[in-house]
Design a protein around this ligand. Structure first.
Ligand code: FES
Ligand SMILES: [Fe+2]
Length: 437
């Protein structure tokens, strides 16, 4: 099936064909056209501070190694030996001057060059051109304030154009203080029985589920926010372009109550409040009053939450997702504050965490519904708030009421656009409207 002439996302009405979560051919096309083309989050500079540091990750289903070479340049390589395809490194992270394949021993330097071939003289008769058989490298790699992104596609727009106005919101995490951010500790990884888009769209577009899905947390006192908060007057969501989706924006007086009225430990709340003047000075009044970026998904699979965490929804088949999740903090924060944020992230969105469990079960069921002969013929409804989108010159993007599905329409509209295009030349890039900080 090619999607070129097939409308699986109907934003005129607000419908999504359920096959996009279960169909094997659509999934294969996603690997090629979404994960093969888009800029993907691959890690953080704080993970590889020194020459020859490396950390493993994925781009789509492809395992990669993110390395800092001996001269300090960062690379993203397919973690695949050019001989027979064995992984060249099985460790999650470390420091090594080279990687030796455990199958026959081809060896690669951290700049990707093939530097060792056993039997080069006796078996290859010195005829193998080693310069042609280095590691396969990402088409482009770039950083945004410590965050590392890569794309396989050399024709993809530059990272800053791809992110566009989303950076205005991202800065509320990565540009809060001098020194930027770091990922705390290692990565939490687990596999879920759902399509990767359910996690990505939930964090980019779904405030509606909170009072019901997480209702027991409110009743138990874990969340202090009120149960019924549909359509908060001061809350908003934003689609800042290029498929990115921001939740948890605040346009009211004072400081965003969502961030300060939740489950952050007191020491963490105090830290956020104490540094508001610094945040306002760096990013201006409107962003300062947010206190932090609420929740977001950078298209296609990079998600943020103010707990505070960042994560990727790695695809593992149409009905399977591998989550990679990290706690992200200001590098300059004192140890007790970092520890408080780490604990809050762990109990909120770690693999065994309360909100994580609430969310996951719904996504399993929603994915499974599309496997049935009848279920797959019944479209999803994402009509909420259609026609009620608005703009506000203080905040970039198309805005929706805090409980609206306008971000979903933007996210899935982008998905459809990328799945239907034969190359980046056919894909629109929304212009940046805010200067870079
Ligand atoms: S597969 Fe790596 S050396 Fe043969
Ligand atoms: Fe949730």
């Amino acid at each position: 099936m090619t999607l070129t002439n097939k409308k699986l996302v109907n934003n005129d009405i607000g419908l999504v064909d359920r096959r996009i979560y279960v169909d094997k051919e659509i999934y294969q096309q996603e690997l090629e056209q979404v994960f093969g083309r888009c800029w993907l989050f691959i890690g953080h500079e704080s993970q590889i501070p020194n020459p020859n540091d490396f950390v493993a990750n994925y781009m789509g289903e492809d395992p990669i190694l993110v390395c800092r070479d001996s001269k300090g340049k960062i690379h993203a390589f397919l973690n695949m030996c050019r001989h027979r395809g064995n992984r060249i490194c099985r460790a999650d992270a470390g420091n090594a001057p080279s990687f030796m394949c455990t199958y026959h021993g081809w060896t690669y330097a951290t700049d990707g060059k093939l530097v060792g071939v056993p039997g080069y003289k006796e078996a290859y008769f010195e005829e193998l051109d080693r310069s042609q058989w280095g590691l396969v490298e990402a088409g482009q790699l770039d950083t945004y304030k410590g965050l590392l992104f890569a794309t396989w596609d050399k024709q993809a727009p530059k990272l800053l154009d791809y992110l566009g106005d989303a950076t205005w919101y991202m800065d509320m995490v990565v540009d809060r203080r001098d020194g930027g951010t770091e990922l705390l500790g290692g990565v939490h990884r687990w596999v879920m029985n759902c399509n990767w888009k359910f996690g990505a769209d939930n964090f980019g577009g779904d405030n509606y589920h909170v009072p019901i899905t997480h209702g027991s947390l409110g009743l138990s006192g874990f969340r202090r926010s009120s149960i019924a908060q549909y359509g908060s007057v001061n809350g908003f969501i934003s689609s800042p372009g290029n498929g990115h989706a921001i939740l948890g924006g605040y346009r009211g007086p004072g400081v965003n109550p969502q961030l300060l009225n939740t489950h952050h430990p007191e020491v963490a709340k105090k830290y956020l409040l104490d540094h508001l003047p610094e945040l306002k000075k760096r990013l201006g009044e409107h962003r300062g009053r947010q206190a932090m970026l609420g929740i977001a998904t950078i298209f296609p699979n990079f998600t943020w939450h103010f707990s505070p965490m960042v994560r990727m929804w790695h695809p593992r088949g149409p009905g399977l997702t591998e989550v990679w999740s990290y706690c992200i903090v200001d590098k300059q924060a004192p140890p007790e504050v970092k520890d408080a944020f780490r604990q809050n992230y762990t109990v909120s969105f770690g693999p065994g965490a309360a909100q994580e469990q609430d969310d996951a079960n719904n996504w399993f069921q929603s994915t499974a519904s599309g496997k049935g002969w009848k279920g797959k013929t019944v479209p999803m409804n994402q009509m909420m708030g259609k026609g009620h989108e608005f703009t506000d010159e203080s905040f970039p993007g198309t805005l929706g009421n805090s409980t609206s599905e306008s971000n979903w329409r933007a996210y899935y509209g982008r998905w459809q656009e990328i799945m239907s295009a034969s190359s980046w030349s056919q894909i629109r890039i929304d212009p940046r409207t805010r200067a870079l900080n």
